[in-house]
Design a protein around this ligand. Structure first.
Ligand code: 4NP
Length: 151
């Protein structure tokens, strides 16, 4: 069993989407992979995903409404085989906290190392569609590579 942790800043917008998309893909293909998500901050610990993330996931048949935000912990270093950061800031925060095996989501799915943009301050819903598409492509590619043990 491989374990993957997706990490953004608040664990309410981007990484819950990554977790939900990954869990859906894993279940559909009956893969032996477990996923979770967390934030580098504890600012939103205990909260549900943001409304627009719940909405965009639901439009794609994925229910993330029951997810609750949490901050990363030192135990995550032991518990997860792969840590996946949603942007470069998340990545450098994780590295400075002593996490190894940290990957950047934007290095997968043909995104050439782009950050998954932080949609927290987006005025409308449109940004979430773009973020959803990017996360979906990159997460699917990442999981395929984990499954084929090429990372
Ligand atoms: P996330 O989005 O990192 O994708 O969950 C954010 C959520 C909250 C804040 C920033 C980004 N915040 O500043 O509170």
């Amino acid at each position: 069993m491989k374990r993957i942790l997706f990490v953004c800043l608040g664990n309410i917008c981007r990484s819950p989407l990554a977790e939900g998309i990954a869990a859906h893909y894993i279940a559909k293909q009956s893969l032996k992979i477990e996923v979770d998500s967390a934030g580098t901050s504890d600012w939103h610990a205990g909260e549900s995903p943001c409304t627009n993330s719940i909405k965009v996931a639901r439009q794609h048949g994925i229910d993330i409404a029951s997810y609750r935000a949490r901050a990363v912990t030192d135990n995550d270093k032991i518990d997860f085989d792969y840590i996946v950061a949603l942007d470069h800031q998340n990545m450098s925060d994780l590295l400075s906290r002593g996490f190894h095996n940290v990957h950047l989501l934007g290095d997968f799915g043909g995104y050439n190392g782009e950050d998954v943009p932080d949609p927290y301050f987006f005025p409308g819903f449109e940004g979430f569609e773009k973020v959803y598409t990017m996360i979906e492509r990159a997460v699917h590619d990442f999981i395929e590579k984990v499954q084929h043990e090429s990372i």
